[in-house]
Design a protein around this ligand. Sequence first.
Ligand SMILES: Cc1cc2nc3c(=O)[nH]c(=O)nc-3n(C[C@H](O)[C@H](O)[C@H](O)COP(=O)(O)OP(=O)(O)OC[C@H]3O[C@@H](n4cnc5c(N)ncnc54)[C@H](O)[C@@H]3O)c2cc1C
Length: 327
Amino acid sequence: METDTKTIRKELQKIFEKKVIFNHPLSEITTLGIGGSAQYFISAHNEGDILNAIRFAKEHSLPFYLIGSASNIVANDKGVRGVVMQHSITTLEINNETKICRVGAGYSLLPLIHILNKQGLSGMEKMAGIPGTVGGAIYGCAGAYGQEIKDCLIKIKIFDGKKVRPLTRDQCKFGYRTSIFKQRKNWIILEADFQLINADPKSLKKTSRDIMKLRAKKYPPDLKCPGSFFKNIVIDAIRPAALKKQFLSKVDLQKINHGKLASGYLLEQVGAKGQKSGDIAVAEYHGNLIYNAGNGKSKDVKKLANLLKKKVQKKFGITLEEEVQYL
Ligand SMILES: Cc1cc2nc3c(=O)[nH]c(=O)nc-3n(C[C@H](O)[C@H](O)[C@H](O)COP(=O)(O)OP(=O)(O)OC[C@H]3O[C@@H](n4cnc5c(N)ncnc54)[C@H](O)[C@@H]3O)c2cc1C
């Protein structure tokens, strides 16, 4: 027999106390500023919270979703039934001899980079300005300015739905904006170990600062967006060979950089810049930047994204793949 909502709420309050919020508006959490309410929103501050939340959802047959900082998420206007758990484990240990940093997956990337820069530890400084948590970055193999989260990662600790266990970097199966976690949606990254190297704190800080200045031009602080909307095109991944040949005959080959073609370029060619659906718009200055101009809705995000995908498919014969995750 299904437990009624009142009993579920009581039980959740008993287990999680202030760490649970009922009907929490996701529009207040997502960087895109959209989304209905999460029925049971739990902030998990330690492994116990995570395991309890998963067990609870299972026992009550409730859907379960995991988020970090929600900087890459398009949340449904209708809200989310069940448990939405925000990973908030922010433990941090830095071994100054080995230069290994062990960090909770809920730790935000930018404050972590600030600490590492201060201590003269290099490996992440170019990712300054990517919003989100360490776990979210590993999930999507985040990166910028020639550095990716996988570069200095040694191993991680995960919960695989049954037990807590280690995973090597190779086992994470990283690729361009992807990892094994995109297939194993029930695996949860708990913490990560990074091997850093010595560098001059002043120059690390300058690198991060300069990059953040550049980034602020594309992403002004008050812009409600989830970062780049679509993944870029990895030329060697286009199959079959005939499609690749046809595609290459239609694009400016000069635009291919390190084996990738920016989807922003393709979107520009199909007139994406400035297109709108309701309050959701494509930036006038970047074809791959979809933002919420005020009271945007997820249905408009999907409508606009599908329209753009169709246009690119028609002109170039390939299908753009979302970098953002739908919730
Ligand atoms: C202004 C702006 C600029 C951006 N620039 C960049 C950029 O330069 N490069 C780049 O790569 N990205 C960029 N992004 C996208 C986004 O910041 C990254 O994808 C980020 O790594 C997402 O982290 P998050 O904690 O917010 O994850 P969320 O958005 O909360 O979640 C994303 C996915 O990760 C999963 N996830 C989160 N934590 C865990 C965990 N612990 N274990 C397992 N799965 C987990 C979630 O289930 C979800 O499917 C940008 C976003 C914004 C808003």
